[in-house]
Design a protein around this ligand. Sequence first.
Ligand code: P6P
Length: 336
Amino acid sequence: MIGVQTLDEFIIRRQTDFPYATGELSRLLRNIALAAKIVNREVNKAGLVDVLGSTGYRNVQGEEVKKLDLLANKTFIASLELGGHCCGVASEENEEFIAFEGSASLEGKYIVAIDPLDGSSNIDVNVSVGTIFSIYRRVSPLGHPCTSDDFLQKGSEQAGAGYVIYGSSTMMVYTTGHGVNGFTLDPSIGEFCLSHQDMSIPKDGKTYSVNTGNFYNFPEGVQDYIHYCKSFGKDTGSPYSARYIGSMVADIHRNLITGGIYIYPSLEGYPAGKLRLVYECNPMAFIVEQAGGTATDGHIRILDIKPNELHQRTPIFVGSSEMVSKAQEFLKDGKK
Ligand code: P6P
């Protein structure tokens, strides 16, 4: 008895729960896990070899591209193309989606949208970063290149979603619509091992994650909610805690376990917020909802938003359902 259940074993075991599953999604998840292990190896030695720092150019978002961003992007794209079950990838680092042209890929049933290394501004200061991925069944015909329609589906159509957090340990957390499970990488055997089964976010919490440095650029309702959080418990000695790492994956992962809310609202200069719908907000919303939480743009469910553009942004309020509900009370009457 080896005493652990690896990701591979878990995926295979869960697949038997779905007799009509043909195994492609399972194998695609394993392709993602392989890429995550390679990226983890590079993230863990970032300070030792020349992968720190910037490439000197900016991505489609106008954001400075770190060397690890580039490495992570290439690694995930290569693993997905070689895996043969994915017909194309959209990435934060690429202006257009990539349609794979190999004969196996053209028959691939799935597409993947990915933020290969989120929070990369933290890389040079050794703070947690993450990968976020979203999986859809293609809507374009098999045997042909994928199309933009494949990538612009509502988040509610996702076949799977997950994240990898490269932190004090490296974890992969994912859902295929039947709950959320977390796997911790055991470097001694090179396997992701089941460590957080059937993850469930507390309905309420006392942690709020928002960049209060932008406070005076936030809508009035968000300012009012932040005031509410700051004053909560001042008479009972049980206040809220402000926790904001600058890495969405790390903040949401912590709140998923302890309870809490993560907010990136609209603000001066970012009328639709900063975070991207397709490869950041939709996958994180799918995961949090599957764990029993809530994700909205302040008014409507994130997963119900129809994307029109690959890199479009959306405000996001995501986490414990009672905290998101309370925050939305402050956003009524146009105070969004
Ligand atoms: P700000 C990282 O760039 C990111 O996309 C999220 O991971 C993070 O929560 C947010 O942006 C940080 O943005 O404007 O607060 O520095």
